[in-house]
Design a protein around this ligand. Sequence first.
Ligand SMILES: Cc1ncc(COP(=O)(O)O)c(C=O)c1O
Length: 419
Amino acid sequence: MTYEGFLSRAASHMQESGIRKISAVGQKIPDLVPLAAGFPSPDTFAWDEFRAIANDLLSGKDASALQYGPTRGYAPLISALIEVMAGRGVKAQESELLVTTGSQQGLDLVARVLLDPGDVALVELPSYAGAISAFRNTGAAIVGVRQDADGVDLDDLARVTREQRAAGHRVRFLYVVPNFQNPTGLLIGLDKRRRLLEWATREDVLIVEDDPYGALFFTDVAQESDTRPIKADDPEGRVIYLSSFSKTLAPGFRVAWMVAPAPLTSHFEVAKQAIDISAGVLDQRVVFRAYEQGLLMSRLPMLRAHYQAKRAAMEQSLRAELGDTLSWVQPRGGFFIWARFPEGIDTDALIMRAVQRGVAYVTGSAFYVDEGASRRWARLSFSFPPIDRMREGVKRLAVAVREELAETSVPSASFPAAR
Ligand SMILES: Cc1ncc(COP(=O)(O)O)c(C=O)c1O
């Protein structure tokens, strides 16, 4: 039996995530070094504390720990999130908060509530692949805006908006990841954040600000004030802000949140009711207890130091193994290095050889929305593997690049010898 004829129009347009596809291939290769998945390091998980909290919650003293819960989220967690947001400079009201099942669900809710088929969602180019998929599933057109050294290029933003409007399309929002973007690692400067908000007001569009990495800045090159959310300076209510505990506590809890103007939050809540009723009730309680015990805040310095050391190790390995050929901008936080490969390398073609050599990355094209994707880029995640494995992965990548260049016979005089 074939099922094509049964599929909805939306389902037939859905695309499998390129990142998940690469991860699936990788799982079949023993000893593969995963520089692809943007997973947090399991070494950073607070196993002992989580075990104690879960034990207590599952003692049976309070049956609500395993009961259905409100769609908005566990009330004490919502109060905690108001405090978290205040720490980030955002005065959030209870009526503006919704706990989501990962920020990925927040993006899906944004898409369901704000996009009709044919509408336009603007995204940075390149942009987080999961957001592109969520927006695309609605039948909306996803249109890219170029980035410069500190994110969204304002001239290109003005041009794209003008062109889309002239073509009769409704531009609904701009999606941005201002802090250590996935995949480029870029940090949008404070002045540009202000100008983005001015643009949104002028053009009467919304901004969807996705901020899973802001707390993970590297103290050698950034500070907390660099990561001030656009939402912090948004008296008018133009910004829908999303954040998550995935990178700071653990992604397995799937606990995240969004802050949006109250009337929009009500719509997100109604949409969420039909999807999962609420985020995991037990998970929300574990996360709340962790917050209550001060675990989140007390562990941030350790997390920053952990990922900063890994970034340093990856940069050092890349310089040693591929220094003459690869270029990248040093990320000031987050999980990723966005690397530009030498002429003659197509990262979509290189990936199979790289996987055979025992290393995976995400091809740059996975983060683009059109055919014009540059095939010379790849996202290398330094967050997940231990440092010695990461170094091994970079060595293997260098072997794959050398082989590929030799086959495509581009002169490689400046390429370092095998070691
Ligand atoms: C920019 C961005 N937004 C959202 C997500 C999804 O996070 P969550 O685990 O909260 O669903 C990720 C995960 O990697 C991400 O990089």
